[in-house]
Write a protein that binds this ligand. Structure first.
Ligand SMILES: [Zn+2]
Ligand SMILES: [Zn+2]
Length: 398
């Protein structure tokens, strides 16, 4: 049996087990940076395969090595994220979340169980490849500043430094059985912007005695869109959205302050910095010009994610061999963001998508919704595919 067929059959064999792991994680979700039981579960599974995990990296993160023959030759890292979201699940499935208000609505249960499956497969074929596989299970993908930044700070990309890193994410827009790739710029940087507009409240019928923060806030929101339309290059996608505005006055009461919150997305670090400065300056000076004040707080999120073209081409070719060319699709640029981006600024990286949609079963909900679910058939492919890609990166296949 050649190595590809062996990995495919090992992936098929472990399917029931991988689904059981996924369902266990799905039923027991943990929020960002609180993945204590998930981490223990991952470590216990790795030990049961004969892989010794390094625990407690970035508190709940895990790094583990699978050494093939000639382990010093080259190494490749595979990454999964473990955290869930503050969402109340409304799916009625046997593996429904048992924790009120917490749900694996971004498929990180799928990424974790799939990477465990990959680890088990690679451990079984370690006499058939040269080099070292580094497994990274990280906390806090969903929450600033991103668990990936802490994993890097704590040395996840050292000893050994991988020559490349691969990440997988579920994709409810892509049918199950298909795998999506994109070379080059793929996802945006993301920063949270909080504006506190401070005026002076009073009677709605006597505005001359107040400094109305509602009117100031309205001017700021409209004016800031000019940062996008007049300051950003039209050749570079960028977005500024304010999804939250709170002024707790009444029909006849002008409040003391209005709070606005939003997100700024960019695909260029220089523009990201410049854009944030312009947003700050403009909000402050509009408020000041109108007699009030605006306090600007920025929570810096993840940088842009660029898929290294060479790595992406190589793993795409490996995927074509694994699932057939007809099942490999191109995916679009998105202004979504993902903390895998941090790794991509340190080592050559590629982030690909595992199709999980199945219209005939009604599985179509997008990530971050209370009805999100996957066609678990994707887990027949995910573990073996990632194992095969890892071997392609180690030059152990052609
Ligand atoms: Zn998410
Ligand atoms: Zn996610």
């Amino acid at each position: 049996m050649n190595l590809l067929t062996r990995i495919q059959s090992l992936s098929e064999e472990s399917f029931t087990e991988v689904v059981a792991w996924r369902r266990h994680l799905h039923a027991n979700p943990e929020l960002s940076y609180e993945e204590f039981n998930t981490s223990k579960f991952v470590a216990a599974q790795l030990r049961s395969f004969g892989i010794e995990p390094q625990e407690g990296i970035a508190t709940t993160g895990i790094v583990a090595l699978i050494k093939g023959k000639n382990p010093e030759k080259k190494s490749v890292a595979l990454r999964a994220d473990m955290d869930a979201l503050p969402i109340q699940e409304i799916n009625n499935v046997p593996y429904k979340s048992t924790k009120p208000g917490v749900m694996h609505a971004c498929g990180h249960d799928v990424h974790t169980s799939s990477l465990l499956g990959t680890a088990k497969i690679l451990q079984q074929v370690k006499d058939q490849f040269e080099g070292t596989i580094k497994l990274i299970f990280q906390p806090g993908e969903e929450k600033n500043p991103g668990g990936a930044s802490y994993m890097i700070r704590d040395g996840a990309l050292l000893n050994p430094t991988p020559s490349s890193i691969i990440g997988q994410h579920v994709m409810p827009l892509v049918p199950v059985g298909k795998i999506g790739f994109r070379e080059g710029m793929y996802m945006a940087s993301s920063d949270e912007i909080y504006l506190k507009v401070i005026g002076k409240g009073g009677h709605g019928a006597a505005p001359e005695l107040t400094i109305d923060p509602v009117v100031i806030a309205a001017h700021i929101i409209i004016a800031l869109q000019q940062v996008i339309s007049r300051n950003a290059s039209p050749k570079q996608p960028t977005v500024l959205t304010f999804g939250r505005i709170i002024g707790e006055g009444a029909t006849n009461i002008i409040p003391d302050e209005v709070n606005i919150a939003g997100t700024f997305r960019a695909l260029n670090e220089a523009w990201r910095k410049e854009g944030l400065q312009k947003i700050t300056k403009m909000a402050e000076s509009i408020a000041e010009g109108m007699g009030g004040k605006c306090e600007v707080t920025i929570s810096h999120g993840y940088p842009y994610l660029e898929n290294n073209p060479e790595v992406t081409r190589r793993i795409r070719k490996a995927a074509e061999a694994y699932v057939g060319k007809e099942n490999v699709v191109d995916i679009d640029l998105t202004l979504g963001s993902e903390d895998f981006a941090y790794y991509s600024h340190v080592v050559p990286a590629s982030f690909y998508r595992l199709g999980t949609r199945n219209e005939s079963k009604g599985i179509t909900s997008y990530v971050h919704t209370p009805t999100f679910d996957i066609d678990e058939g994707a887990l027949k492919i995910g573990p073996g595919l990632m194992a095969w890609m890892a071997l392609a990166e180690l030059d152990s296949i052609n």
